[in-house]
Design a protein around this ligand. Structure first.
Ligand code: AMP
Length: 427
């Protein structure tokens, strides 16, 4: 099957070519004809499946007919990064259509958005800023024909559902097509789907399980040795681009700095950064300027970076769903990827839940050349109060200097994956 099956207009086909897509992904194969038929969709698909183009392409094709310069399609996304990414997909795929896309999210100036909204055909928006525009009457949503609620479960997690319901009240109901995408289907999202979708077709890709191109491994380690183990892993592993997840903004920042100090080209992405800095971190990671990006869940939401070779969970995620979301950043669109998770004794419950979500117990690995017996400095200082210091007087630390060219081969990595990975996808 190729994209000619869908009989897109020449302008949309040119966008597909420009993006470098030749074969539709499974969700595109299923969703595109349904969206083109005007039917509502409940799409159960995680990020990385090609779901964005599954709705963007038929929307562009539809909007080619009819009046220009009115907002006829509205896409609501939970985060600025996802909104920006979808806006960029509109631009790439719609480059020959003459249709205009506007991205609406907070943290950037209001006025340029007002100008962009005056001429837009498609709007990609985060709920908060969209409500600001609605409140100030700077957006006219009365002509919206297609509504997309993207990553609905994340909108719920971030507390946006009341905002989404407020926005829904501003939209035409008659004749509107609604597409709702979610990686998971908690009760709250099922209720929302019942409210907003009319006779939807359910399309499920991957059964909410992680992409099959990802291989998983757990690395049990004591909390105080996590940074040292991460440095060791990074030093020994054949990685291309690595996304590291931490639990808090603070630890993302600190760990990013530690990795830089250790000689890695790394940056961090967390909610305390200004929008400009967030974008710079993301762009730097995308372009390859930074090999490692340390991020929190919220900041990394929707990040689409082709060719992320490793996702490393420095801290376990709070839920199995979050694990699926995190590792959705690697193994995207049939690339191979590895998902490593550092676990401590306190993480037993969540590891159990993740194993269930993945569908099989994840392999546990230890590094042969890593000293797991190093005691934490807290304990050492406790001991030193009781006993005189050790013979050489120097504490032993787990952190090794960077050892990229080290002789310890990680055959489990290099043997499994061919050296040259699939080409990254042009966006
Ligand atoms: P998404 O799940 O929409 O975030 O897409 C994940 C990645 O797959 C993005 O980098 C897309 O550009 C890419 N992609 C989407 N559709 C295709 C396709 N048909 N062929 C190759 N790559 C694709």
């Amino acid at each position: 099957m190729d994209f000619t099956t869908f009989s897109f207009s020449a302008a949309v086909s040119a966008g597909i070519k420009a993006a470098g897509y030749s074969v539709p992904t499974p969700i595109q194969a299923e969703a595109i004809p349904t969206v083109m038929a005007g039917t509502d969709i409940l799409g159960l698909a995680q990020t990385g499946t090609g779901k964005t183009a599954a709705f963007v392409l038929p929307i562009l094709n539809r909007l080619l007919q009819g009046q220009r310069g009115r907002i006829r399609a509205l896409i609501i996304a939970p985060t600025r990064e996802l909104a920006e990414q979808t806006h960029q997909a509109n631009i790439t795929l719609g480059r020959q259509t003459g249709l205009r896309s506007a991205a609406i999210y907070g943290g950037v100036g209001f006025q340029p958005q007002v100008q962009a909204l005056k001429r837009a055909d498609i709007v990609v928006a985060c709920p908060g800023r969209l409500l600001d525009h609605i409140g100030r009457n700077t957006i006219d949503l009365s002509r919206v024909e297609v509504l997309v609620l993207d990553e609905a479960d994340q909108m719920f997690d971030m507390g946006f559902l009341p905002d989404v319901r407020r926005i829904l009240k501003q939209l035409p109901v008659q004749g509107r097509q609604t597409l709702l995408f979610s990686a998971t289907m908690p009760e709250s999202i099922r209720r929302l789907a019942d409210e907003v979708l009319r006779k939807p077709v359910t399309i499920q890709v991957g059964n909410s399980a992680p992409a099959e191109t990802v291989s998983h491994a757990l690395f049990p380690v004591a909390q105080h040795l996590k940074t040292a183990l991460l440095l060791k892993l990074l030093g020994n592993t054949d990685t291309e681009s690595v996304l590291v997840f931490t639990r808090t903004k603070h630890s993302a920042k600190r760990l990013g700095e530690k990795l830089t100090q250790a000689g890695f080209s790394s940056t961090s992405l967390q909610g305390n950064l200004s929008q400009t800095k967030r974008q710079a971190a993301l762009d730097g990671f995308r372009s390859g300027k930074f090999q490692i990006l340390v991020a929190t869940d919220i900041a990394a939401r929707g990040i689409d970076v082709s060719g992320v070779s490793h996702v490393i969970n420095f801290d376990v995620p709070a839920t199995a769903e979050a694990y699926i979301h995190r590792i959705g950043r690697t193994g995207r669109a049939a690339h191979l990827g590895d998902a490593f998770t550092l676990i401590t004794d306190d993480d037993k419950q969540i590891v159990h839940a993740i194993n269930r979500a993945v569908g099989t117990p994840i392999e546990r690995r230890t590094l042969a050349d890593f000293d797991y017996s190093v005691v934490s400095s807290d304990k050492r200082s406790d001991n030193s109060r009781r006993r005189p210091s050790s013979s050489n007087g120097r504490p032993k630390t787990g952190a090794q200097p960077r050892d990229r060219g080290g002789q310890t081969p990680f055959s489990w990595l290099s043997s499994r994956r061919p050296k040259s990975r699939a080409q990254s996808i042009a966006r």
